[in-house]
Design a protein around this ligand. Structure first.
Ligand code: PL3
Ligand code: FE2
Ligand code: FE2
Length: 241
């Protein structure tokens, strides 16, 4: 009985430790942060360029898309400040490679005038990824980065919403292309999540929690676009098969 009680105590203590904030000044934290910080800086920079490209594909919404793009530039500067605040140098070559396959698919779709694929990649997949990561990060971030990220995540919902509304309005004509683009690009998000998960763990960001948050944002947006449960299930399965 005595042994059982002390074991319970140990478990509670371990849970307390893993729930606590990380040591932001430790070498291991700064090493993991150099890659994660670079990923968000690169992601925001590419998002800016992607919205500028989208403004060319949908000229009737050019002003709105450029305005959304400018928010991404602001986000990028905010995350640069988060790295500087922790005296971390972002590993930009790592981040460029991290995004390269998804980025190339966006550029290829843009060159082909494929608005549906561009919107799926930027507004649905990347923004859902950002929303899930930022929501999880806010819970374990240093106070400076927490404040910045709280402001950023609000904007990301607007970016997701733009793509959602366009795809909803055009669903009948784009559904087939949307499914096809999803099949090619959702697996890339899954492997990016796998690739970042060890570093995220050092920041006390749990991989399962990240995946759950991603699935919520992604599935909610597909529902909002007007897809039914079976279509959403089929699309989500592209991440695992
Ligand atoms: C577009 O608005 C944003 C594109 C960025 C996507 C980044 C996803 C980041 C995944 C890694 C975990 C980030 C935690 C946040 C740290 C500053
Ligand atoms: Fe952003
Ligand atoms: Fe965004």
């Amino acid at each position: 009985m005595q042994a059982l009680a002390s074991n319970n105590l140990t478990v509670e203590k371990e849970e307390l430790i893993s729930d606590a904030l990380p040591d932001f000044a430790s070498e291991s934290y700064k090493d993991a942060y150099s890659r994660i910080n670079a990923i968000v800086i690169e992601g925001e920079e590419e998002a800016y360029a992607n919205f500028c490209d989208l403004a060319k594909l949908i000229p009737e919404h050019a002003d709105e898309l450029v305005r959304l793009g400018k928010m991404e530039k602001k986000h990028m500067h905010g995350f640069c400040a988060c790295g500087r605040n922790l005296a971390v140098k972002p590993d930009m070559p790592f981040a460029k490679k991290f995004f390269s396959r998804l980025h190339n698919n966006f550029l290829e779709a843009f060159a082909a005038g494929d608005t549906t694929t561009c919107l799926l990649i930027q507004c649905i997949l990347i923004e859902s990824f950002a929303i899930s990561a930022y929501n999880v990060y806010i819970r374990v971030a240093d106070p400076f980065a927490k404040r910045i990220t709280e402001g950023v995540v609000q904007d990301e919902y607007l970016h997701l919403n733009y793509g959602q509304e366009w795809l909803k309005a055009n669903l009948d004509s784009v559904k087939k292309d949307l499914m096809k683009a999803n099949k090619l690009n959702l697996p890339l998000i899954k492997s990016m999540l796998d690739e970042v998960s060890n570093d995220a763990e050092v920041l006390h960001m749990d991989k399962e929690e990240l995946m759950e948050e991603f699935m919520i944002a992604y599935q909610d947006s597909l529902l909002e676009i007007g897809l039914d449960n079976r279509e959403i299930a089929r699309m989500a399965l592209a991440a695992v098969i």
